[in-house]
Write a protein that binds this ligand. Structure first.
Ligand code: RAT
Ligand code: ZN
Length: 417
């Protein structure tokens, strides 16, 4: 059906975006079968590291005292500091309120105990189904670290799989802390040593193949610092070029790079202690051009890198850009970045991922992002209407389906999921 009326067009776009099924390409969520690695509920929502950072700006207690508290005590402190003594207007605070509201809780009451009671009264399995349904989520991609002993055990025990959770093999320890990784790999029977001999490179490749197979990983991923450089003579650069890239190509498993972290500028804050730096786009150009048969997924943390990344994606079809990551996941920045990407790339990118750590966060991360993305798309279709081009409802739905799921599936997945 052709849509010529601007008001109707806005409505159709907004419905198409809210109905679009989601494949969430990067989260930190595990299935409930992974036991206490599955995080959910109000105390987890409140102690999210984004909120820890905001709290530590305004309370006057030593970091060590905060970390010595129980989770519940930390949540009480954060609730009091950010929601009672101040107005919860930051994006991370608003997110908690969106979750509560969507679950039917009385946000106006500000009654933390009643929220706790709500989560005590529901079963995890029902809750997981409810959230997937509420947000129209088909699949979520996890972050799977074989160097994390708790997680490793789950994989080795062959925990029952939930087909909605796809795996991504995370390589931070291997690529960013080789001496640590080397020791582990040796303990696990791989023939590697700290030098970068041919045997070591072979052992690392075997490790990658083993874990891609065990996890059925849909991509390999790493978070890299803003000063990441390649090519260079370092274990990280060598492993990327001599191990990750060949294995990625041979197995048809893309390599995702998340670049721009300035790690632990304030270690006292733990996970909340990382910051951002501008990376050098030259590394993306090098990899995409040098390895045309490889597929790269890239998200950059610095706002200042976004324009050059979009331009780079125009040059290389083996480069898929995704998400507005971490400090960029705020409505003002999602809007600006998405607008620019549509203008430079049409619909050939992945606009967002949730990065959710707590299961409940899927609700707010997707609702907030979808609202902003819908706004941008409405403007873009209206601009087209001005030219005399009349979009059809099915075309708008097709475009939304591409952005929220099909682009990832077509780029990354070898087989139907
Ligand atoms: O966004 C976050 O929660 C960060 O702490 C990181 O986990 C980041 O997303 C990453 O995947 O490294
Ligand atoms: Zn993440």
């Amino acid at each position: 059906m052709h849509i010529e009326d601007p008001a109707r067009l806005r409505e159709v776009v907004s419905n198409a975006v809210s109905k679009a099924r989601i494949t969430d390409v990067h989260t930190h969520i595990f299935p409930p079968t992974f036991g206490d690695l599955f995080l959910w509920g109000i105390d987890e929502l409140l102690t999210y590291h984004y909120l820890v950072a905001e709290t530590m700006r305004v309370v006057d207690i030593p970091y060590s005292r905060f970390w010595a508290m129980s989770k519940r005590e930390q949540a009480d402190l954060i609730w009091k500091a950010l929601f009672i003594e101040r107005t919860p207007c930051s994006e991370a605070c608003r997110g908690v309120l969106t979750v509560l509201s969507r679950l039917g809780l009385d946000v106006k009451s500000r009654d933390l105990e009643s929220y706790r009671q709500f989560f005590r009264d529901i079963t995890v399995e029902d809750y997981v189904d409810r959230v997937f349904e509420l947000e129209g989520i088909d699949k979520i991609v996890m972050t799977n670290d074989p160097f994390n002993p708790r997680e490793r055990k789950m994989w080795l025990d062959g925990k029952r799989r939930d087909e909605r959770f796809l795996a991504a093999l995370r390589l931070d320890v291997l690529l960013n802390s080789w001496p640590v990784a080397c020791q582990r790999l040796r303990e696990w029977g791989y023939d590697v040593s700290e030098d970068l001999s041919a045997d070591t490179l072979k052992g690392v490749r075997r490790f990658l193949e083993d874990w891609i197979g065990r996890m059925k990983a849909v991509y390999m991923a790493v978070s890299l610092p803003y000063d990441f450089n390649i090519p260079e003579d370092s274990p990280r650069a060598r492993f990327i070029e001599d191990c990750v890239i060949p294995v990625s190509r041979e197995l048809g498993v893309p390599f995702a790079m998340m670049i721009g972290v300035d790690r632990q500028v304030n270690p006292g804050l733990g996970d909340a202690g990382d910051a951002v730096g501008r990376m050098n786009i030259r590394v993306i150009k090098y990899l995409a051009a040098r390895y045309p048969e490889n597929k790269f997924m890239v998200t950059l943390l610095s706002r200042e890198n976004q324009h050059e990344l979009s331009v780079m994606a125009r040059k290389f079809r083996n480069l898929m850009i995704f998400g507005c990551w971490w400090f960029l996941n705020n409505p003002s920045l999602v809007e600006e970045i998405t607008r620019m990407r549509v203008e430079l790339l049409g619909t050939s990118f992945i606009p967002q991922h949730s990065d959710a750590r707590v299961f409940d966060q899927l609700i707010y991360k997707w609702e907030h992002s979808k609202a902003t993305i819908a706004k941008v798309l409405q403007d873009k279709y209206l601009d087209l209407l001005e030219t005399g081009w009349v979009p059809e409802e099915e075309e708008i739905e097709r475009d939304a389906a591409r952005l929220f799921g099909d682009n990832f599936r077509d780029f990354a997945l070898r087989t139907e999921i």
